[in-house]
Design a protein around this ligand. Structure first.
Ligand code: PEP
Ligand code: MG
Length: 576
């Protein structure tokens, strides 16, 4: 029976395909006493053999699609399964305790995992993750349940999941994954942001898609409006196809502006830049007419790596982005912003009640534990600076002393490199993200010390509204046009201009077509967004004047009381 599902449209585009359920199966079991221990050992051997065969296939595919280095993680998994010490202990456990293979597998692997997890060496700690992964696979075979495996998808599908981590999202194969739909998440969760840069249509925050959809069900997804049909009727498929065609036609029209300058109807220029997560995204930025990069989220470099990326690895990545953009296009690189929904498997963050309010981002970088990692990143950036127009910014700054501490480390590393005779550009600006209300309130103080601001509205809104950006139940509080948010932004822009500095925005609000007219009116200098929103924004700006938009901004700031009233004002000034 047809069913309609409503969520949050997180990445534009439509798709009609079979569902691929990416959910972890139930691996619980009962401990039982067994007589026939040989049979249990034979079951274990069979599960190990099947798992090894599967891993070999996955490994070969990964080598082709992701590269030899990425594929090596599966070699490590196969090595676990071939370890005579561990397998021998599981069999001894079956024999001496007369228990089922599931129980013996769990007891022995839990023991090995706890040993590895407590080792000092990061490489050895990673082995714990390998054992966990492999145990899951063997357990699934013992229990006869299916484990999802996105790397083996070889037909067009719509991925259905409770949630996708940024690294799950990065691994989705665009050739086959036509869209994804998740239970949780909001427009500014990182999987949604990545979906937009990968141009995969996405619907998030549906609450229960994983309960409603079964593997193989036909699904029609509309990521523009956040609506999906399960077992769609012919009419519903036609409706989705028509929306897709209209969207494609509109994109073709915007594409004509690729090489045009961004100018308003009264001749004012605004810089339209893009947000990226990896050097591979640069091509998409240029194809979409990006005039710069306003946010390079370098933490993805750390997240995709098996261990802390070295100075040289980082240097190569930054150089690739700077060279890719050329000598005149500004590239704003943000130092590592780990924490919140972004974790590193090899860096043990403490378990916290409120990770978005915890030990993260610059707070790690300037702490004793994080300083070395930070210095490595800054050196790589300084060395890469000669390859383009580099700007560096620090995330999650709350108080002036944090900026000063980070800037002092930057100055030290710069002086050291120069003393070593390494070339460093003399045109690097150092700025901060404004994403904590405390910093927005005293932007005038910060403006005296920094070269620029970039407003991170994803976090600024979550902290101002006290509403977790990952929680769909409070997503109604993601109110970018609420006068409270607009006043903070206006304060930041004015403070920057008073000191002769520039103010940009790299939160998702910068590419929001309702927000753009207001931000133009406030005089925001640079708008950095998903590359796929640039041309639409250029087309919008072309038909507006800054004088009229200044009037709109004034009303939004001083007359409106609510988010809705501001939306109505924008409609009045800009049209539908
Ligand atoms: C922001 O907070 O607005 C931002 C751009 O950073 P991130 O989304 O990576 O937290
Ligand atoms: Mg942020």
């Amino acid at each position: 029976m047809t069913e309609m599902l409503k969520g949050i449209g997180a990445s534009n585009g439509v798709a009609i395909a079979k569902a691929y359920l990416l959910v972890q199966p139930d691996l619980s079991f009962e401990k039982t006493t067994v007589e026939d221990t040989d049979n249990e050992k034979a079951r274990l051997d069979a599960a190990i053999a099947t798992s090894t065969g599967e891993l070999q296939v996955i490994r070969d595919k990964a080598a082709v699609s992701l590269g030899e280095e990425e594929a090596q993680v599966f070699d490590a998994h196969m090595m676990v399964l071939a370890d005579p010490e561990m397998i021998g202990q599981i069999k001894d456990n079956i024999e001496s305790n007369k228990v089922n293979a599931e129980q013996a597998l769990k007891e022995v692997t839990d023991f090995f995992i706890s040993i590895f997890e407590n080792m000092d060496d990061a490489y050895m700690r990673e082995r714990a993750a390998d054992i966990k992964d492999v145990t899951k696979r063997v357990m699934a075979h013992l229990l006869g349940v299916k484990l999802p495996n996105p790397s083996t998808i070889n037909e067009e599908v719509i991925v259905i999941a409770h949630d996708l981590t940024p690294s799950d999202t990065a691994q989705l194969n665009r050739e086959f994954v036509k869209a994804f739909i998740t239970n949780i998440g909001g427009r500014t969760s990182h999987s949604a942001i990545m979906a937009r840069s990968l141009e995969i249509p996405a619907i998030v925050g549906t609450n229960n898609v994983t309960e409603l959809v079964k593997d193989g069900d036909m699904v029609a997804a509309n990521g523009i409006e956040g609506v999906a049909y399960i077992h769609p009727t012919k009419e519903q498929m036609d409706e989705i196809t028509a929306i897709g065609e209209k969207f494609a036609a509109q994109k073709a029209e915007w594409a004509l502006l690729k090489d045009a300058e961004t100018r308003t109807a009264d001749g004012v220029h605004f810089e339209l830049a893009a947000n990226i997560g990896t050097p591979k995204d640069v091509e998409g930025v240029l194809n979409n007419g990006g005039e710069g990069i306003g946010l390079y989220r370098t933490e993805f470099l750390y997240m995709e790596s098996q261990d802390f990326p070295t100075e040289d690895e980082q240097y190569e990545a930054y150089k690739a982005v700077l060279e890719g953009m050329g000598p005149d296009k500004q590239v704003v690189v943000r130092t590592m912003d780990i924490g919140g929904d972004k974790e590193l498997p090899y860096f043990d963050l403490p378990h916290e009640m409120n990770p978005f309010l915890g030990y993260r981002a610059l707070r790690i970088s300037i702490s004793e534990d994080g300083k070395d990692m930070f210095r490595t990143q800054l050196r790589a950036l300084l060395r890469a600076s000669v390859h383009g127009k580099l700007r560096v910014m620090f995330p999650m700054v709350a108080v002036v002393s944090e900026f000063k501490a980070a800037k002092a480390i930057w100055d030290e590393e710069k002086a050291k490199l120069l003393a070593e005779g390494v070339a460093v550009s003399d045109d690097i600006q150092v700025g901060i993200m404004i994403e904590i209300p405390a910093a927005a309130m005293i932007a005038d103080k910060f403006a005296k010390h920094v070269d620029f601001f970039s407003i991170g509205t994803n976090d600024l809104i979550q902290y101002t509204m006290a509403a977790d950006r990952m929680n769909e139940q409070v997503s109604y509080l993601y109110q970018p046009y609420n006068p409270s948010i607009l006043r903070l932004i206006d304060n930041v822009i004015k403070a920057a201009h008073k000191e002769g500095k520039w103010a940009g925005m790299c939160g998702e609000m910068a590419g929001d077509q309702t927000a753009v007219p207001i931000l133009m009116g406030m005089g925001l200098d640079e708008f950095s967004m998903s590359a796929t929103s640039i041309l639409e924004t250029r087309s919008l700006m072309k038909r507006l004047t800054t004088t009229k938009m200044a009037e709109l901004a004034d009303k939004a700031l001083n007359e409106a009381e609510t988010n809705e009233e501001v939306i109505a004002l924008v409609k009045e000034y800009v049209g539908e």
